[in-house]
Write a protein that binds this ligand. Sequence first.
Ligand code: SF4
Length: 695
Amino acid sequence: MTRATCPYCGVGCVVEVKVQGGQMKSIHADVEAAPNFGMMCPKGALLFKSDDASRRLTEPMIRDEKGGPLRPATWAEAIRKVADGIKDTLTQRGPDAVAWYGSGQLDTEASFLFTKLFKGYLGSNHTDTNSRLCMSSAVAGYVRSFGSDGPPTCYEDMDLADTFFLIGANMTANHPVLFNRIRRRRATHEGTRIIVVDPRRSKTAEFADLHLAVKPGGDVALLRLLAKAALDRGDLDLDYIEQSVEGFAELKQQLDELDVDAMLDACGVPAADIEQAAEWMGGGRKLLSCYCMGTNQSSRGTDKNTALIDLHLMLGQVGKPGAGPFSLTGQPNAMGGREVGYLAHQLPGYRKVTVDADREALEQAWGLAEGSIAAEPGRPAVEMFDAAARGELGVLWVACTNPAVSMPDLDVTQHGLRETPLVVVQDCLKDTETAAYADVLLPAATWGEKRGTMTNSERLITRSDAALPIPGEARTDWKIVCDIAQAMGFHGFDFADSDEVWDEFRRLTADTLCDMTGITNEQLDQHGGTHWPYPAAAERPTLRRYVDGVFPTPSGKARLSTASYEPTAETADDEYPLNLTTGRVAQHWHTRGRTGHVPELNRFAPHPVADVHPSDAGGFGLVDGDLAWVESRHGRALAEVSVTTNTRPGLVFLPFHFGDTLHPETAANYATHRVVDAISKQPELKHAACRLVAA
Ligand code: SF4
């Protein structure tokens, strides 16, 4: 048996892989092992069926001319082509023409080395990942409110809370093991309440004690009404506010002057339901809020998240067992990527490219000349592909993700991939939709074949080991980065194994807010998952942050915001009268590179289904089972229509997993748009004006 962290969602389940005859035979979960204690969902349990050998990329491949056929190549040839391409681009066009787009599914070691190579050695901060599409509004919210990224909470809080407020998180589909834990708490603790905020009556909402079917984009209006209700009910923790919070007078004035009728109209939730929710959230009950893409993927994502954190701060529900605002990560290592600084504005150890001392610390640690790291943030994901589409990139290196399906407004993204002279795609599969644009394909080891670390939603770092040998000539992601860096003549990439990479990164976190110096290779191997911060001198890891009511802000206090309701970037009109929201289904993961090939999963979700309210289906002359185009101003996607009252009138839900090369017209992201949150730069994948057209 070999231990590994599930490569799908941010729950980060630790599983045991059984191998027989050189193949994975089964997956189990150990009842003793954190964080899942024996639980798994069907996706995880079927992992052993998800690796299709016929689709594996097992040797490097090269296109001799743009758009020409791919041919097998040696590693030496592929590495030379990438290294020379980067060098030539740097010489001719400068570091702004070199970019990397990665993934929250890469392990921490590879993510760290990509960051080190690009930001440290190439002088390009143009590194960003699909975490930008997933979690960047959560990052911005924590930083704005607490002065630092990283959740204050842990999974144990799910065993202790009195009220769960789940907003923008369909946990039955996307974090099923955690939702089971919440249900277990309700079953064993009388009086536990679950409130779900979602425009759809999702499976999660079906389990709720109270479902608030908020209008798309109406979250801030709802959260401010809840804050006002808490104020009016006398539920605020004034002692906590006095000691640990700043900005209360400004927010109280905003709440005193709140246009209640306008906010009720904006959120579409009955006043009586808001009052009921406020009662269950106040009164000193332990309040745990879980949020995810529903609040993050918005042009107002940062405001939504800070309005939620404001509520917790005013109720004094931060840093206590069973309480806190808990952003759930969508991917298994989105947290680890943030820790190594792979987003365009970050550096390892929660440092920032804009802070002189942070750049200098890294330059010294890496033995680089002063000024090697650029002081300007790089291009976040949407801007990166916009730049590619304008022909501003010379090299785009894509690792472990499939932007040709998952980025918003796909026509622009795909145009960018065509326009970039050297597209390098590092993946374990040879037939992804992004691989079709690759000039060089680099074969990477996949889950179950490599050792590495990941950080889950609760800051728990776990270590995976290899259960199987790496097939063919594929290499681990961290090794590929080192090979190319060394071919360019860079020192600092001479690692014997992934443990040495972890050690370098771990040491760089010393005295930072995410200090992991106590999380040695031995700690991970002997004691299993470990929460950060855990400085080497500390007695134990840190389960909860901010328990002393002190925050890493200049004043030491958390900051209330004055975020106010604004409508979505696109609103429905006569031409496009509906609102498109995209999301996931329980059976699939991202663009179905694995799950699309597991018969037991695919049987239940073989193609995209658009959920449409009966009144909207009737208005467009559609009935259940029809094929229809979901059309927006940006493009259109084909789906089967499911007529259901589980969605609000005016709302169309479409999963984003589909759009493979056989059926590219089913990709939801042809119809999404590129407007981003001004602070987090996360695109608004939850809201686009649309209409339906029978196919
Ligand atoms: Fe994997 Fe998430 Fe399922 Fe756990 S809950 S087995 S991490 S997909």
